[in-house]
Design a protein around this ligand. Structure first.
Ligand code: FPP
Length: 237
């Protein structure tokens, strides 16, 4: 088990159940993201991915988007010393260029500060979508792969076929192993446009707790459940 990815879901419902504003759910959710990452690091995992902002989340009310940005801009930045202490390297996955410039700068600073840490990678999936990831890769090929330009103008004739391995390298997070386990909280059983290509052989866990109810112990339970799975990768067991 190298890579666990979390679809953090249920922040809003958790807050509403307590008569609190949705924002409060995100705030507690953010703290849980830290606790979960810390546990993944303690367990010696290579990567902990967190689906923090999807390409579809732009259609939420602007106030909620602003609150989420504020968590990244302020808390994430303030917590950088913790990530250093835990030896966590922060990276992002997704098109951050759509974020406000100061937010991009803050993120770049956190990535830069933590870049030599050798423990767990915290892979923040922000403005990420599985389809957007694939289309972004396709467009990179169009722009850069000379095999696509070698035929007559405007035609793709004469190029060699792109292999899965080559395509893989063009996706966001190309230097990370694919997720072995994807955990979604809050009881919903869906994929919501997360790592569509990368999840080809992932195991899934859909667990009941809302994300703000996540604990280190829950992470341990997920790892234990994963270890009982028999992965066959299309072969015979
Ligand atoms: C899911 O709950 C949560 C989100 C869509 C956003 C979570 C983002 C953060 C906590 C920001 C922290 C991120 C970083 C990168 C520092 P939901 O709102 O969909 O819950 P609901 O389904 O109950 O409404």
């Amino acid at each position: 088990l190298k890579h666990i990815a979390f679809i953090m879901d249920g922040n809003g419902r958790w807050a509403r159940r307590r008569g609190l504003p949705r924002y409060f759910g995100h705030k507690v959710g953010y703290d849980k993201m830290k606790a979960v990452t810390k546990r993944c690091s303690e367990l010696g995992l290579e990567v902990c991915s967190i689906y923090a902002f999807s390409t579809e989340n732009w259609s939420r009310p602007q106030e909620e988007i602003d609150e989420l940005f504020r968590l990244i801009r302020e808390n994430m930045h303030k917590d950088t010393p913790l990530f250093m202490e835990w030896n966590i390297r922060v990276v992002t996955m997704g098109d951050v260029t759509r974020f406000p410039k100061d937010l991009q700068d803050k993120l770049a600073e956190i990535v830069e500060t933590t870049k030599n840490n050798t423990g767990c990678v915290l892979n923040l999936c922000i403005n990420y979508g599985g389809r957007a990831d694939i289309i972004h890769a396709v467009n990179k090929i169009r722009e850069t792969d000379e095999r696509f330009l070698s035929g007559a103008k405007g035609s793709y004739r004469g190029r060699a076929d792109i292999t899965e391995q080559e395509f893989d390298k063009l996706l966001y997070g190309a230097d990370l192993p694919p997720p072995d386990l994807i955990v979604r909280t809050s009881g919903e059983q869906r994929v919501s446009n997360f790592m569509l290509w990368q999840m080809a052989y992932s195991e899934f866990l859909f667990i009941k707790p809302y994300w703000p109810q996540m604990t280190a112990k829950q992470v341990d339970k997920c790892v234990a459940a994963f270890k009982k799975r028999k992965r066959r990768f299309g072969k015979i067991g």
